[in-house]
Design a protein. Structure first.
Length: 84
């Protein structure tokens, strides 16, 4: 009797886990980080204005922080990681 109860409990647990896994969906919260290849003549202002809505100054600050920029002019060919 004792073994039969444990087997039923184990089968029930297995069924619940299978059900939970079959209904799981991937999250849409996280997405791959966007990258931008700097072209000749581009500035942080032009990149931020094109990629983000609203005042570009906050976006510029976030781009600088994410990429460790120090205020030097951007060099063509530099890859910038763009925060969301």
């Amino acid at each position: 009797m004792f073994a039969r109860t444990h087997i039923y409990a184990l089968l029930l647990a297995l069924a619940l886990v299978t059900l939970a896994l079959s209904t799981a969906r991937p999250s849409r919260g996280a997405s791959p980080e966007a990258r931008h290849l700097v072209r000749s003549g581009e500035t942080l202002w032009s990149i931020a204005s094109a990629r983000y809505a609203g005042d570009p100054r906050e976006a510029i600050w976030r781009i600088e922080q994410r990429n460790g920029l120090t205020g030097e002019p951007l060099q063509p060919g530099t890859v910038l990681y763009l925060p969301q």
